[in-house]
Ligand binder design. Structure first.
Ligand SMILES: [Zn+2]
Length: 301
């Protein structure tokens, strides 16, 4: 199924409206909240004239819509199926002399995520999930500048393993850099899960430093550099089938560039992250301008 078919359909609008004035990830609660707000609005205006209620409601709606627009959604109805198939990321990331991969020696991953990464995980106490998140984040967190930027975002990761994300999305990162993970994610291979988590961690940094990701996009893609690495305005390992009119291309290019830069080396294929993407051979040299920019300005080390 082409995920673009969802664009502009009625169901999409209903979901957008449900974002009114709220940042909660729980769609059910969000719907009930919006319904109650509308009901309250009707009662108060009918009861005679609390004239400012509609104005506040409208302002909340505008705020909610703005927050919705600033989210980055991964996966989607149809678009996410088969993600990770056909890719081989068994090759290690490039070894960098200035990097130190964090370790969680006591094995309490919840504590390590908080104390080392400033990450709070809510919605699970499952050690396998917590370890997976820790192990994935420890890859970009080995880079000193990334570590500094990511920790500054003070990310909350919410696990919603029994819920379907908006438009079937697997993961969402909002403007504050917080990440929500949904049901589909847990069906993926561990390798895919790690890659997606690193991509989202890239969003956490980019969304909390918008100037940084805009500068990246302007300096590399808009400048026409690395033409073999981009399609439809993003790095082509990205799930190109998910791109629609709501996709913020600089954000997706930035997050994908971070993930590919820490996961892919010069002696193999940097695999597509969805059947709708494309492999890139020898990413650091093929996408030299992208890799160098990300290394110098985002990763450090
Ligand atoms: Zn993304």
């Amino acid at each position: 199924m082409d995920p673009n078919q969802n664009e502009g359909q009625g169901s999409g609008f209903v979901n957008k409206a449900n974002n009114v004035g709220r940042l909660a990830y729980d769609n059910t609660r969000r719907f009930k909240g919006a319904y109650r707000a509308i009901k309250t609005l009707r009662i108060t205006t009918a009861a005679g004239g609390i004239w400012w209620v509609p104005i506040i409601f409208a302002l909340c709606f505008a705020l909610g819509l703005t927050l919705f627009i600033s989210m980055s959604v991964e996966g989607g109805v149809g678009g996410g199926s088969g993600v990770g198939e056909g890719g081989d990321l068994s090759s290690p990331p490039p070894s960098e002399s200035g990097t130190t991969t964090p370790t969680c020696s006591q094995g309490n991953y919840s504590d390590c995520l908080l104390s080392q990464f400033n990450v709070t995980v809510i919605g699970t106490t499952d050690q396998t999930t917590l370890r997976l998140i820790y192990d994935a984040l420890s890859i970009p967190m080995a880079y000193p500048l990334f570590s500094q930027r990511f920790k500054a975002a003070r990310v909350t990761i919410s696990i919603n393993s029994a819920q379907t994300g908006f438009n079937g999305g697997w993961l969402v990162t909002n403007q504050a850099g917080d990440i929500a993970i949904y049901q589909k994610f847990f069906e993926a291979a561990d390798r895919t899960k790690k890659e997606y988590l690193i991509h989202e961690a890239g969003h956490s940094v980019g969304n909390t430093n918008d100037q940084l990701q805009q500068n990246f996009y302007k300096s590399v893609y808009k400048a026409g550099l690395d033409p073999k690495c981009y399609l439809q305005g993003v790095i082509k390992t990205y799930a190109l089938g998910l791109i629609n009119s709501n996709t913020r291309l600089p954000n997706e290019a930035f997050a994908e560039a971070v993930a590919d830069s820490v996961l892919c080396n010069n002696t193999g294929i940097c695999p597509k992250n969805s059947p709708s993407g494309f492999d890139i051979p020898n990413f650091p040299s093929t996408c030299l301008s992208t890799y160098t920019w990300i290394k110098n300005n985002v990763l450090g080390g």
